[in-house]
Design a protein around this ligand. Sequence first.
Ligand SMILES: Nc1ncnc2c1ncn2[C@@H]1O[C@H](COP(=O)(O)OP(=O)(O)O)[C@@H](O)[C@H]1O
Ligand SMILES: [Mg+2]
Length: 302
Amino acid sequence: MARKISFINYKGGVGKTSLIVNTAAALAKLGKRVLLFDFDTQSNASIWLLKLERWNKINTDGVGAIFSIFDPGQVQVKDLIIKDVVEGKNGEKLLPGLDLVPTTFNLVELESEYAGDPKRPAYLQFSEQVATIEKNYDFILFDCPPNILRASQCGIFTSNEIYVPANPDALSLIGFTLLAEKLHKFHQLSASFRKFSMGVPAQVQGVIFNSIKTGVDIEVPKMRMQLRMNQFRAAKRVAATAKIFNTQIRDAMIVRRAVALGLPVALVSVEGADVGAGSDNVINDYRKLATELIQQNPAAAT
Ligand SMILES: Nc1ncnc2c1ncn2[C@@H]1O[C@H](COP(=O)(O)OP(=O)(O)O)[C@@H](O)[C@H]1O
Ligand SMILES: [Mg+2]
């Protein structure tokens, strides 16, 4: 069965989307079959991987985006998968194994206009549909906004693992703390809808430090995060095996450039762009992170 993973923090701008897109790409490069769901209405991951033109078409036509499984509800998740999503200038497939279910701005309606059926919340409908396709994947990843409203709930309810991207600052620590509390409440609220076959409710398995500048000492924020992690472990608010990842992702120009180029960083050199010094190093960080993620498998630990 696929490992189902959400990347989330209650703090925006910490690098959730950059981490999930580049880790997904690194996993695909390691030969894993990866499906990424974009659950952030800002559509950053979708615009990134599809590039603006392909994404615009979906946004304008209103066909092919994740919200359509709820309203009008005639299509299913399996119909929305864009296989081998990353394409070069001439439509050639650059990264076989990385699939995407995109979002557009209409996902925001899930939070307000969408009434649904209270007996079948959106996250339950979604997770049942994912169950029909998960055998096709090694990893199913969910990019979530910095909250646990309905879109995030779809990712979290369907996941069995959560990773928390963080910057070495106080706000990331607050974001992690808030997340652990809200997560606990959501699991209580959704418990009656869980079936045994869904596996365990997703717990935080790790914190991943992102955007670390060269020469900046992060020992103090790291220690504070570790202390919070220890408290949460003792209170059973995170997984017993939860840890701060050994791999941290450095701050690198190429990460910001890659968005504009519509490519994961590992593929930027393929298109021959000028990416600045140190780009190999950050590509290596993502590869190490993907490897550490493969090893940090809670299902294997039990
Ligand atoms: N390792 C990194 N090095 C440099 N810039 C980064 C890195 N990771 C993220 N960024 C930049 O930080 C900003 C926020 O990142 P993003 O992934 O969109 O965060 P989030 O999804 O948490 O809001 C973006 O401009 C992104 O390009
Ligand atoms: Mg994001």
